[in-house]
Design a protein around this ligand. Structure first.
Ligand SMILES: N[C@@H](CCC(=O)N[C@@H](CS)C(=O)NCC(=O)O)C(=O)O
Length: 394
């Protein structure tokens, strides 16, 4: 590798860690080792191994933790050809966030809102929603896992930010879940506002936007606190449960999931009525493969538009006979919209038939019949006062 390229790659990695971790002192208990196996045809591969030393603070004691990260940057390339050649989609996800991405230890099956979007891409590419493998990632490991080419797409409650879009080398697809950062505390703590948290310790997960927002918001409020930073959701939640922290912060959707799924008595914990940030969550692909990002984006829009047009998994076959031009384009009866991305014109028919429209995906995983019962809020369609809005199928 020439020197300039090495400098660029090291710069990218530094940016990655700064963007992900915010540079705050933190408790880190894991060594991040990313197994790199590049099986795709790429236009260029750059392999580096770096050691990143982070200053950490555990219960007032400062020490250092060294993380070793081996990364092959797989730039550009034709992800669709790789996915088709492999006959399976590789999706980076989450295994420990019920409702969004959860691995059931009994059945060994993944389920959740994010997981359904992996299934939707598989349905669009293969006409078979089961042809995908899910690689669980943590807040810190998710970006190298996508950068290295180990997965084709990352769908894991990941916030769209400028630095992730640029310096980290990704492109986002449409936002699938508009969220914001929240704070959960014990119901009997007497805490009702962030100002009440002066002098408290707050559990937060490494490698997240959450970590940085927390520092910014409390600094702006001039409220002193101690962050206790952990590498993944289970360890963060465990620390809160065991009383190491007065509060736990992450995306509000994450807090709802943790409260219901991971706390023994959910009623003993309250999510404060405060939103600390904007957290637009969506799928992301590697920068440099526009066609693949188009596929991920239009699969997502397909679920939005189908809900708007009243097309569901139950009525999609009937809808094939519709004379509505939008539905005809959507389902591939007319036009060659799929072909223009190198996939079948009936890609959206397959998505809706096998996975369902946006409302069905939402309700199945997060709706009133689930333990989470998350109101749609900003995730309503635009004509119902929300932000879900498909671009035209033309
Ligand atoms: N949306 C934020 C936070 C995402 C995030 O990683 N949330 C945590 C807390 S709920 C999570 O999903 N952890 C699961 C895990 O690491 O196992 C981001 O993109 O940085």
């Amino acid at each position: 590798m020439n020197k300039t390229r090495l400098m660029i790659v090291l710069g990218l990695l530094l940016a990655a860690f700064l963007a992900a971790c915010g540079g705050e002192p933190q408790v880190v208990t894991e060594t991040v080792e990313i197994p790199v196996e590049v099986t795709r045809v790429v236009t260029e591969e750059v392999q580096v191994e770096v050691e990143v030393t982070r200053i950490v603070e555990v219960e007032g004691e400062a020490s250092t933790v060294t993380e070793q990260v081996a990364v092959t940057f797989a730039e550009g390339g034709d992800t669709l050809a790789t996915v088709q050649g492999r006959d399976s989609l590789k999706c980076g996800g989450n295994a420990s966030l019920g409702g969004f991405g959860f691995l059931d230890p009994e059945t060994n099956e993944f389920s959740g809102f994010d997981v359904d979007f992996c299934a939707a891409i598989a349905a669009a590419v293969f006409g078979d929603a089961t042809k995908f493998e899910l690689t669980p990632t943590t807040g810190t490991s998710r970006f190298p896992t996508l950068q290295s080419g180990e997965v084709d797409v990352l769908i894991r409650n990941t916030t769209w930010t400028l630095s992730r879009d640029t310096s980290l080398g990704f492109d986002f697809g449409p936002v699938t879940f508009f969220d914001g950062q929240g704070m959960m505390v014990r119901a009997d703590s007497g805490i009702t506002t962030l100002e009440d948290m002066a002098g408290s310790t707050i559990c937060v997960q490494a490698g997240t936007t959450t970590e940085k927002n927390l520092a910014d918001v409390f600094r702006a409020l001039d409220v002193e606190f101690t962050p206790a930073v952990f590498p993944d959701n289970p360890s963060t939640t465990e620390a809160y449960k065991s009383g190491q922290c007065d509060g736990i912060t992450t995306d509000k959707s994450g807090l709802v999931s943790i409260r219901i799924n991971q706390l023994d008595v959910p009623e003993d914990h309250v999510i404060l009525d405060v939103t600390m940030s904007k957290e637009p969550l969506g799928p992301l692909t590697r920068h440099g493969d526009n066609n693949w990002n188009d596929i991920v984006s239009w699969v997502t829009y397909c679920t939005f538009q189908a809900e708007e047009s009243g097309v569901t998994s139950a009525n999609v076959d009937e809808m094939l006979g519709s004379d509505d031009p939008t539905i005809q384009n959507l389902l591939g009866i007319t036009g060659d919209l799929g072909q223009s991305m190198g996939i079948s014109n009936d890609f959206c028919y397959q998505v809706i038939k096998q996975v369902g429209n946006y409302g069905e995906i939402y309700d199945r995983n997060l709706g009133p019949d689930t333990p989470f019962n998350l109101p749609r809020g900003l995730n309503e369609q635009y004509y119902n006062g929300g932000l879900i809005y498909s671009m035209p199928f033309r």
